[in-house]
Design a protein around this ligand. Structure first.
Ligand code: FES
Ligand SMILES: [Fe+2]
Length: 333
């Protein structure tokens, strides 16, 4: 799977209403708007007349109107109005429309010329009714570094000391690492509750938990209770917008429980806000340090506890399924 011939999320569906939205995907500035049928439309964010950003314009009757001289463009890129002239609408598109679709609460874009064969990568299916909400963010780092960070338990004792785990309070557990058709997964068992505050406040008995990465850019963690029900499922879609920036769309799903959804959402949003800030800080420090050393290239050194990072790197570099035998090991997490 190439990065160009894949679906990437660029906005939350509910954010795209009757105003244009600017976004950037793999270095390409885009404008999103809804056409008269309510479908998401995507065009390059550059008016062909004098190159004004269309995202600064208005949506009128499902078409986008440039803020400079008011030229209007339909979803397919045809210019439908040139104010002040009698010029008839021309049939040839002046802008190349970009492939888009909506699924899983997100607007997806594929920058390539062909519609991708694989559908947008979906969150893990769940039988239960879950409370869900979204957290979005932007981080100056690579997809590889962010996906690994999200799925790596061994930084939590240091970057999130006390919040997720304590270094002085580790527990031994078993982990299986296996290849998926489009990714890689670690399954942790025999883990008790984590030593940090979050698990202490929010979790019942921990059963199995999973961390997985799927191409082109979904990192997901799933905590199950002792009976196999979901305690927490966080699906984080990561989109490289260009210039080393990464957009994050994280869907947080929790079991319907005693706490009212709104209150739980309020508390969890704040907690995840703290965790995300800590991760953003270390990831941006890593990126800045990579730039300081750009003249002396180096490959990252993997340790035995790097369960998913090497697989994620291979997947992103080759875009091919991984081939390796499932392995099982003991770790102190
Ligand atoms: S720049 Fe867009 S109408 Fe002139
Ligand atoms: Fe983290």
């Amino acid at each position: 799977m190439s990065q160009v011939n894949a679906w990437w999320p660029v906005a939350l569906s509910h954010q795209l209403r009757n105003a244009p939205l600017a976004c950037q995907l793999l270095g390409l500035p885009l404008v999103l708007f809804r056409d008269e049928g309510g479908r998401a439309a995507v065009l390059p964010d550059r008016c062909p007349h004098r190159f004004a950003p269309l995202s600064a314009g208005k949506v009128r009757d499902g078409q986008i109107e440039c803020p400079y001289h008011g030229w209007r463009f339909a979803a397919d890129g045809r210019c439908t109005r040139v104010p002040g002239t009698e010029q008839a609408a021309c049939n040839k598109p002046l802008l190349d429309s970009v492939q888009s679709c909506e699924a899983h609460g997100l607007v997806w874009v594929s920058p390539g010329p062909e519609r991708p064969q694989a559908p947008p990568v979906a969150p893990a299916p769940q039988q239960q009714n879950l409370d869900t909400f979204w957290i979005t963010d932007q981080v100056q780092c690579s997809l590889q570094d962010a996906a690994e960070n999200f799925l790596d338990g061994f930084h939590t004792h240091f970057v999130h000391a006390g919040w997720i785990r304590h270094d002085r309070q580790r527990q031994k557990l078993r982990v299986r690492v296996r290849a998926l058709a489009d990714g890689v997964e670690a399954v942790y068992s025999e883990e008790g509750k984590q030593s940090g505050l979050i698990s202490h406040w929010f979790e019942g008995e921990r059963g199995v938990s999973m961390g997985r990465f799927r191409l082109p850019g979904l990192a997901e963690i799933e905590y199950r209770d002792a009976r196999g029900g979901v305690n927490l499922l966080v699906s984080a879609w990561m989109t490289p917008s260009g210039d080393g920036q990464l957009r994050l769309f994280a869907r947080v799903a929790t079991t319907r429980g005693v706490l009212p959804a709104l209150l739980k959402r309020w508390v969890l949003r704040r907690l995840f806000g703290v965790i995300l800030r800590q991760d953003r800080q270390i990831l941006e420090r890593v990126s800045a340090n990579q730039r300081r050393f750009h003249r002396i290239p180096a490959t990252p050194l993997d340790g035995p506890q790097d369960l998913l990072g090497p697989g994620i790197r291979q997947l992103l570099e080759n875009g091919q399924p991984l081939v390796f035998a499932e392995r099982e090991l003991e770790i102190w997490l």
